[in-house]
Design a protein around this ligand. Structure first.
Ligand code: PGA
Length: 252
C-alpha cells in the first residue's frame, strides 16, 4: 500500500565533481527502477548541477533545509520558492544535526514555520524526529518523539499532511554505526503511526510514509525495511557511494 521511499542525505559532503560522479552513477544503475521512490539531497551549492543530471531519471531532488520567509534580507539563506526553482521536490526539515548542533539549535517552533512554508510552496517535507541516547535510557523516547511531532506539525491540516514523510532517526544511531534493532525501530514507527491516527485520521496514519534513519547500510537494510511500519530509509553515510546506496535500494 505504501511505496518504499529511500532518500540520501549527503549532508555537507562531496565536491561539484564527486557530486556529479555519484549522481551519474546512480542514474545509470537506477534507470529502470519504478518500484521504489528514490531522492537525493545534496547541499545547496550542488542542487542545480545535480538537478541537470537527474533531468530524465526517476530520481527526485531534495534539499536539506530552507528558510521560512519571502525573498528579502536573509543573508546566506534559501527559501522554498528558490528550492522549487532549483528543481527540488523534497526538503529535509528538523534533522537532528540542525536541532542539536549548539550553534544551530533549531526549535520545534522554527521547524513548524519551515514545514508550513515548504507545504505552502508545494515542496514535500521529510520531517525528522528522534530521541537522544540519554532520553532513550530515561524511557522518554515516546514522549520526546510525540512532542517533536505535535509542535513541528502544529496547525498543519489533514489535507496538508498528505505531502509529509516522517523520518524516525534516533540521534544515537546517526553516523555512529549503532543501528536501532529492527524491534526498537518498529516500535517507534508503530507509535508514530498511532500518533498520526489520533492527531489526523486513519487515512493519514495508513498512508504516511515513515522512514527509518541512523546507520542504515546494505547489510541491515533488509531486516529494517521488512518491518510492517518501516516504509523506507533516510540514509547518510551509505548514500555517499553508488554501491552502498544501491544495496539499500535493492533491499527496499
Ligand atoms: P547516517 O545518517 O546514515 O550516516 O547514520 C542518517 C541521517 O542523518 O539522516
Amino acid at each position: 500500500m505504501r511505496r518504499a521511499f529511500i532518500a540520501g542525505n549527503w549532508k555537507m559532503n562531496l565536491t561539484q565533481s564527486t557530486a556529479t560522479e555519484l549522481t551519474n552513477g546512480l542514474v545509470a544503475k537506477l534507470d529502470d527502477n519504478t518500484s521504489v521512490d528514490v531522492a537525493i539531497c545534496p547541499s545547496f551549492g550542488f542542487l542545480s548541477g545535480v538537478a541537470a543530471e537527474l533531468a530524465s531519471s526517476h530520481i527526485s531532488l531534495g534539499a536539506q533545509n530552507l528558510y521560512p520567509a519571502e525573498a528579502g534580507a536573509y543573508t546566506g539563506e534559501l527559501n522554498a520558492e528558490m528550492l522549487l526553482d532549483l528543481g527540488c521536490e523534497y526538503v529535509i526539515l528538523g534533522h537532528s544535526e540542525r536541532r542539536h548542533l549548539p550553534d544551530i539549535a533549531e526549535s520545534n517552533g522554527f521547524i513548524n514555520l519551515k514545514m508550513k512554508s515548504a507545504i505552502a510552496a508545494g515542496l514535500k517535507p521529510i520531517l525528522c524526529v528522534g530521541e537522544l541516547l540519554d532520553e532513550r535510557e530515561a524511557g522518554q523516547t515516546t514522549a520526546v518523539v510525540e512532542e517533536q511531532l505535535a509542535n513541528s506539525l502544529a496547525d498543519i491540516t489533514t489535507e496538508q499532511v498528505d505531502v509529509v514523510t516522517i523520518a524516525y532517526e534516533p540521534v544515537w544511531a546517526i553516523g555512529t554505526g549503532k543501528v536501532a534493532t529492527p524491534d526498537q525501530a518498529e516500535a517507534a514507527h508503530a507509535n508514530i503511526r498511532e500518533w498520526l491516527r489520533i492527531r489526523f485520521n486513519d487515512l493519514v496514519a495508513d498512508t504516511t510514509r515513515i522512514q527509518y534513519g541512523g546507520s542504515v547500510k546494505p547489510e541491515n537494510a533488509r531486516e529494517l525495511l521488512s518491518q510492517p511500519n518501516i516504509d523506507g530509509a533516510l540514509v547518510g553515510g551509505a548514500a555517499l557511494s553508488v554501491d552502498s546506496f544501491m544495496g539499500i535500494i535493492e533491499n527496499a
